[in-house]
Design a binder for this molecule. Structure first.
Ligand code: FMN
Length: 244
């Protein structure tokens, strides 16, 4: 049986997915071996080009992004990025996102076969992908997706949730029922920035209304509220994210 235990990490400071690339980019900025764990950018089964630019915008209270899960796909990640990550001297928690329940076990099997991965974070909560948050807002869909992933891996499994829901505790419970060993919360908060001069969204992803995910200090109170709600609803550990 898998389990996620913080005692297995040298410290509880992990870098959040998407904010740290695939670690090589940050090697000159921080001693990677001092981190408790690295969670690299989310990868998907097939490569994704991501959203139209501009993809990031500064606001008065944090950053909005609509990267749209730009990545080269799981196979490229395992062959090109994982070998470097394994040399970083800390634990590696691979972040993945599935487009459908059918994709989940395929991703899980690929990760299970790879060497040097300490845990998986299943990102069900990207706000910048059309249809991408369905698994984070519907408990049944979430439980089903997690269960499909769970049955093909023995690695500790975290599920990363979205704050953009009415009751995050329900979704956390669903992830736990599906077999999650821990919950990561939160992903970014859905927002929008408008250029008042031309009355257009400042982010380029017009197909998604120019919406993006707000991160940074403004969302810390939301993150703390969500972590508290989840903590009271589940028995598994909660990884707090948001507000830096
Ligand atoms: C540019 C950018 C890209 C991100 N990409 C991902 C991603 O690929 N997967 C994911 O789970 N979260 C992603 N996130 C969300 C962060 O992991 C984190 O949940 C969010 O930024 C809130 O934390 P913060 O306020 O401390 O930045 C991204 C955030 C930013 C700013």
């Amino acid at each position: 049986m898998s389990c996620f235990n913080l005692k297995n990490f040298k410290n509880p400071i992990f870098v959040a997915s998407g904010t740290f690339g695939y670690a090589k980019e940050m090697a000159g900025v921080v001693d990677l071996s001092r981190l408790g764990a690295i969670i690299p950018k989310t990868v998907t089964l097939s490569p994704r080009p991501g959203n139209a630019p501009p993809r990031t915008v500064e606001t008065a209270s944090g950053m909005l992004n609509s990267i749209g899960l730009d990545n080269d796909g799981i196979d490229e990640f395992l062959s090109e990025k994982l070998p470097y990550l394994k040399t970083c001297g800390t634990k590696i928690i691979v972040s993945v996102a599935a487009k459908s329940p059918e994709e989940a076990p395929i991703l899980a099997e690929k990760i299970e076969k790879a060497d040097g991965i300490d845990a998986v974070e299943l990102n069900v909560s990207c706000p910048n992908v059309s249809g991408g948050v369905d698994f984070a807002v519907d408990p049944k869909l979430c439980e089903n997706l997690v269960a499909k992933f769970r049955c093909k891996t023995t690695l500790p499994l975290l599920v990363k949730l979205s704050p953009n829901v009415w009751n995050i505790a329900d979704i956390a419970q669903a992830a736990e029922f599906g077999g999650a060993d821990g919950i990561s919360a939160i992903n970014s908060c859905l927002g929008m920035a408008v250029d008042w001069r031309n009355r257009k969204p400042r982010l380029g992803n017009v197909l998604n209304n120019g919406f993006g995910g707000l991160s940074g200090p403004a969302i810390k109170p939301i993150a703390l509220r969500c972590v508290r709600q989840i903590y009271k609803a589940v028995k598994i550990p909660v990884i707090g994210i948001g507000g830096t």
